[in-house]
Design a protein around this ligand. Structure first.
Ligand code: SAM
Length: 345
């Protein structure tokens, strides 16, 4: 028996988590699920019709049923093509004293069929093994106006520049292999999903995005209309030699503030605080202090927090970034940043 959030779960845990497991449960993804619960509790939408096409053990949906505020859920449909997973979802619902009814449904279909045969959802969570590509078209088609589409991608090697040709084939963009690779990879993933949205005149606006452990995660709000879709495409472009990628914001600032305030899970506080700070700075990329010091042959380095304070004193914005240790997101130009590193070191 495992406890996660308010849910109890009957799953076999294994030392090495892999898709060969009987029913897939990955404890490392607790943060991923914590954030989904927190985000849905912080948006001002109620009566959500929730679709979980790749539900696995059902833990995410069980947690939604136990942890989302009253009135948030209108209906919830779990789905997995694996019979064992479906049995596990049913068992775990029972274990948490949740009864199946017209609003809580478990299905056993291919994820695309499940999505396309539905009437649409206000929240869809794509949580696959590897790339979300096989499910993008159907989930984008079935996400409602103002709905939230959540996407996880664990194929980080392609998106972070280890396999350039794979990234070109799968994500239609050139990745980077340096200190910025995680932010660039996330932005490449976002653009790819937005392109699928644009085909259906849907503007997919990122409201909360991050990279952690071994995966990328992004939540989009779906807006409808040709002009809105066009304005998303206008924010695609190159960064250095990477891209095309999404050059717009990665977060809805108000939502991030609220999420940071409402979060009561101790171990998630730090990353939420950092994301809140960096969400206020509308720039692509950040400075890795150690990398820059090497480039400019600076021997003694200032402390990250002191450097941030100094940049702010000069009238610029500055914060740490969750993408990388000892790095600073800031709207100050590189030359001036390096100058400060030099005088403070
Ligand atoms: C990463 S796991 C999902 C984990 C789950 N969402 C959670 O939060 O614990 C992916 C799941 O997708 C299922 N799956 C893979 N391909 C599928 C497909 N084409 N249609 C439906 N389910 C599929 C697998 O059986 C597996 O349970």
């Amino acid at each position: 028996m495992i406890k996660e959030g308010k849910a109890v779960l009957d799953v076999k845990t294994e030392k090495i988590v892999s898709k060969k497991m009987d029913v897939f449960y990955n404890p490392v993804m607790k943060f991923n699920r914590d954030i989904s619960v927190l985000l849905l509790n912080c948006i001002d939408k109620r009566n959500l019709q929730i679709g979980l096409p790749l539900a696995g053990s059902g833990i995410r949906g069980v947690r939604f049923l136990l942890e989302l505020r009253k009135g948030k859920i209108k209906s919830i449909r779990f789905n997995d093509y694996d019979k064992k997973a479906v049995n596990s979802i049913k068992k775990n619902l029972k274990l948490n004293k949740i009864k199946l009814n017209k609003k809580i449904i478990v299905e056993n279909k291919d994820a695309n069929l499940f999505l396309l045969e539905s009437h649409g959802f206000d929240y869809i969570d794509i949580d696959p093994f590897g790339s979300p590509n096989p499910y993008l078209d159907s989930s984008v088609r079935r996400i409602s106006r103002e709905g939230i589409l959540a996407v996880t991608a664990t194929d980080t090697a392609a998106l972070t520049g280890t396999y350039i040709k794979t990234c070109l084939r799968k994500y239609w963009a050139v990745p980077l292999k340096n200190e910025l690779m995680h932010e660039i990879g996330l932005r490449i993933l976002i653009r790819k999903i937005q392109l699928i949205g644009a085909q259906y005149e849907k503007a997919l606006i990122p409201i909360f995005s991050y990279f952690k452990d071994h995966y990328f995660r992004v939540f989009f709000r779906c807006e409808k209309g040709r002009k809105k879709a066009d304005s998303v495409l206008e924010q695609h472009g190159m960064f250095d030699n990477a891209g095309p990628l999404w050059l717009g914001g990665l977060w809805d600032k108000r939502l991030v503030n609220l999420m940071e305030k409402k979060n009561d899970i101790e171990e998630n506080k730090k990353i939420l605080r950092i994301i809140k700070e960096e969400s206020r700075i509308d720039v692509v990329g950040f400075y890795d202090i150690t990398k820059l010091a090497k480039k400019y042959k600076i021997k003694v380095l200032p402390k990250q927090d002191e450097l941030i304070a100094k940049i702010k004193k000069k009238g610029f914005k500055a914060s740490p970034t969750h993408f990388r240790e000892n790095s600073v997101r800031s709207d100050v130009k590189e030359k001036e940043f390096v100058g400060l590193v030099k005088v403070m070191g």
